[in-house]
Design a protein around this ligand. Sequence first.
Ligand code: SD4
Length: 327
Amino acid sequence: MSNRRSFIRKSSLGALSFLFSKNNFSEWGESKTEIKNKPIVLSTWRHGIAANEVAWKILNSGGNALDAVEAGVSVTESDLTNQTVGLGGLPDRDGFVTLDACIMDHDCRCGSVAFLQHIEHPIQVARKVMDQSPHVMLAGEGAYQFALKNGFSRSNAEVPTDKSKKRYLEWLKESKYKPEANIENHDTIGMIALDENGKISGACTTSGLAFKMHGRVGDSPIIGAGLYVDGEVGAAVATGVGEMVMRIAGTHTVVELMRNGASPQEACEETIRRIIRKHSEIKNKQVGLLALNTKGEYGAYGLTSGFTYSLYNKDGNRVLDSRFAVG
Ligand code: SD4
């Protein structure tokens, strides 16, 4: 039976058992006792290697997945040479560097910041929103003030950095608004991890699409779009053109497909197919999805070629090429 047909069959069976069984999560619960592939951490793109190193140190010494993903993506945020994450990121079309991030744990606790400026670690502010505020998401000046009140300080880094300013000045010559992911293998960092205790968490942080409209917020800080985690099932994270992911609540879709019986790989593939069905124009666009379930099984799929991800488990830390739908 083809993968697709068997997946459809499994999906239907999953949906039926969801409807008719009161105990529809027992499959996942039982498997937890046999998890072999843990700890494990996955992150988007090649820059995930350095982030994984830090996350793995925490996971391998018995630390929890939530702390691991927060510390892991903080590495990428601090790298001012990275032009797609943190303050080194490329500015919007008006010259402002605005940052988006979110974090989520196995209990669906989550925190998020959007349109945040001058703060080195948006992911850590997102964690504070989760831990110290009654809200899930803070944006703009309010997020900035919340950060200052909670021990963060305005970064001394001059932003945009010289490197990003150079690209911006180049772009200004034509000022063509192209809302496309710069497919350069170092975009948004999304990270998902499963710890020794079988707890799963995720984090996602970005400076968003280069030269976006001022005020634009992408998928990365949106729970269910850029990141979704449910400890009963698994986690998923997205990179690429955020608008395409948001339209179908991409990572929530991946997690719900896994809940209904899909493997992480099948769930990523089906979600990318849904994105393709809902968009008439996909040329030169990229979306990459990563998924991990509570058994430690993982999957990755790109809309088009070129999506890479970094994986660290007991066999070491390495970059892998994702399979893809078109191109
Ligand atoms: C966004 N998804 O702001 C982010 C950008 C990104 O690969 O991931 N680029 O739409």
